[in-house]
Design a protein around this ligand. Structure first.
Ligand code: BGC
Length: 246
């Protein structure tokens, strides 16, 4: 069954139709810039405009870069702070006139990787991280998600949030070489490894397609692999969440 998945980020909103039997986006992916300021009303308007461009009925899945509890966004690290406490599921439902399920973006990406991608069939402890504007995290044990983990907000090396130091945006902002940035990622991954002893870590986000550029600088004990669904994992996970909510 085709389900519409929407991936909302701090800088862009992507949408596509997902075939859940294949675990793949099947339509033409559409992307618009996230409105600035990214208030709930402005983002809901942009999402409604995007949805109109797809010819698919039924429930919609939507990711959001924040802690999401029962459809309510509880934090707002890289979006307008008026999202804190907003009932995002109700807001989108009203704007789109259809049932909408809202989940954390990294949790959605992790769910997609565990079902269709690099984590498929993997038991034990798996951590999926997305490197983009911030760092998102999804923790799995025996395939079951522990939601809203927020490992990008660990205090690290004097930074309030490790994402300020090691997200993909820090590489761009500070014009770091792949070696400089990869060494930061290595330090962060080894720190997570000390706490969780994972069996596998999956690196997602836009940088997953450049994995070869920094793989040599990663020295964890556990296996570290790039996300298979690349930057599409959020859209696929969003659609999965919508289908599961029915
Ligand atoms: C947010 C997370 C999100 C991550 C990636 C962080 O700043 O707090 O909820 O998953 O960015 O977008």
């Amino acid at each position: 069954m085709p389900v519409l998945g929407i991936d909302i980020g701090g800088s862009g909103i992507k949408a596509n139709v997902v075939d859940l039997d294949l675990g793949e986006p099947v339509g033409k992916r559409l992307k618009v810039a996230t409105p600035q300021p990214s208030t709930p009303e402005a983002v809901a308007g942009a999402v409604a405009d995007l949805v109109k461009r797809f010819d698919v009925d039924g429930p919609i899945g939507c990711t959001f870069p924040a802690v999401v509890l029962d459809g309510v966004t509880m934090t707002a690290a890289n979006v307008d702070e008026s999202w804190i406490g907003t009932d995002a599921a109700a807001l989108f439902r009203e704007a789109l006139g259809r049932p909408v399920t809202v989940v954390n973006d990294a949790d959605a990406a992790g769910l997609a990787e565990m079902s269709y991608g690099a984590g498929k069939g993997r038991e034990g402890v798996v951590i999926c991280l997305t490197f983009g504007t911030g760092i998102g995290s999804a923790l799995f044990t025996h395939g079951v998600l522990v939601p809203n983990t927020e490992f990008g907000h660990l205090h690290f090396r004097g930074f309030e949030s490790v994402e300020d130091w090691a997200a993909a945006s820090a590489r761009d902002r500070e014009k770091l070489s792949w070696e400089e940035w990869g060494s930061r990622v290595d330090e962060y991954l080894r720190y997570l490894e000390r706490i969780f002893t994972p069996d596998l870590m999956i690196i997602g986000g836009g940088v997953s397609r450049r994995f070869d550029q920094f793989a040599d600088y990663i020295h964890t004990r556990c296996e570290v692999v790039p996300a298979k669904l690349r930057n599409e994992a959020g859209i696929v996970g969003a659609a999965m969440a919508a289908a599961a909510a029915k």
